[in-house]
Design a protein around this ligand. Structure first.
Ligand SMILES: NC(=O)c1ccc[n+]([C@@H]2O[C@H](COP(=O)([O-])OP(=O)(O)OC[C@H]3O[C@@H](n4cnc5c(N)ncnc54)[C@H](OP(=O)(O)O)[C@@H]3O)[C@@H](O)[C@H]2O)c1
Length: 240
């Protein structure tokens, strides 16, 4: 089991899947800061489409956070099958194994499940209408998680940035340093989100502590400027 900055205890408490990605690393770092015991597994240690590998990986844990995903939004149009195999079937596999083992699951999803047509930020219970292959594959994953496992949270986020990985903020900074004229799409509204590790850990702890939650779909985004209605700010004000 790979250690990614947090303590591997005698009994694994938190298992992060897809832990080498941008969000997975943020969750592992946050778990480390809070001294939460657990394991952070990249694709090499646990492929979420491999049911036996998932079962081995999550055995004995108290909470699974699934950050593993196919995230190439444009490429998904040409690789629909791969996107579904990971985002839908992989998610279903993780949820099924968690259900069998009685382990709560926090599953990451995206604002791409919405069409973005509304001028208002989407609520968690608004109808999802994805307009591209990535969004459709992620929505299929959400549905599979809901159907397979009662003890879950689907946490949608968007525009995550951190020092790790590729993201909009880093791209803009790199281009700014190059001092070349910037050409950026102007038909999207989004609020870059950071940090993401803390709300995931906080939501996951709630999930593992409760037998049921009033709203198992949450949205962790930047207030005011997002296609998603933000859960973070309401959480801080104690609404949930
Ligand atoms: N970053 C954002 O702005 C953003 C926005 C909305 C939603 N999200 C959601 O947040 C989650 C994490 O995204 P991210 O930004 O961390 O993406 P990321 O940086 O692309 O990381 C995804 C990770 O999943 C791994 N992976 C892919 N297929 C796998 C498989 N079959 N088994 C195990 N691991 C696999 C990837 O490994 P390889 O590198 O080997 O492929 C990669 O390390 C996703 O569900 C995504 O939809 C992120």
């Amino acid at each position: 089991m790979r250690q990614a900055g947090f303590i591997i205890g005698s009994k694994t408490k938190l298992v992060i899947l897809g832990a080498q990605g941008q969000v997975g690393r943020a969750v592992a770092a946050q778990a480390g800061r809070r001294r939460i015991a657990g394991g952070a597994l990249g694709r090499a240690e646990c492929d979420i489409t491999d049911r036996a590998a998932v079962a081995r990986a999550v055995a004995g844990s108290g909470l699974v956070v699934n950050c593993a995903a196919y995230t190439s939004v444009d490429q998904a149009e040409a690789e629909v099958e791969t996107a579904y195999r990971i985002n839908a079937v992989g998610a279903e596999t993780v949820a099924t194994v968690c259900a069998e083992a009685g382990i709560p699951l926090l599953h990451l999803s995206t604002d791409y499940v919405f069409d973005g047509a509304s001028p208002l930020p989407a609520r968690e219970d608004d109808p999802a209408r994805p307009v591209n292959a990535h969004g459709r594959s992620k929505l299929a994953g959400e549905i599979a998680v809901r159907e397979r496992l009662q003890s879950h949270i689907v946490l949608r986020t968007s525009w995550v940035f951190s020092a790790d990985g590729q993201n909009f903020v880093k791209t803009m900074l790199r281009l700014a340093h190059a001092r070349a004229p910037l050409q950026v799409v102007d038909d999207q509204i989004g609020g870059p989100v950071s940090p993401i590790g803390a709300p995931i850990i906080s939501a996951g702890r709630r999930r593992s502590a409760a037998t049921s939650l009033p709203m198992p779909c949450l949205q962790a985004v930047t207030p005011r400027c997002s296609r998603l209605r933000p859960w973070i700010i309401r959480h801080r004000r104690g609404v949930h």
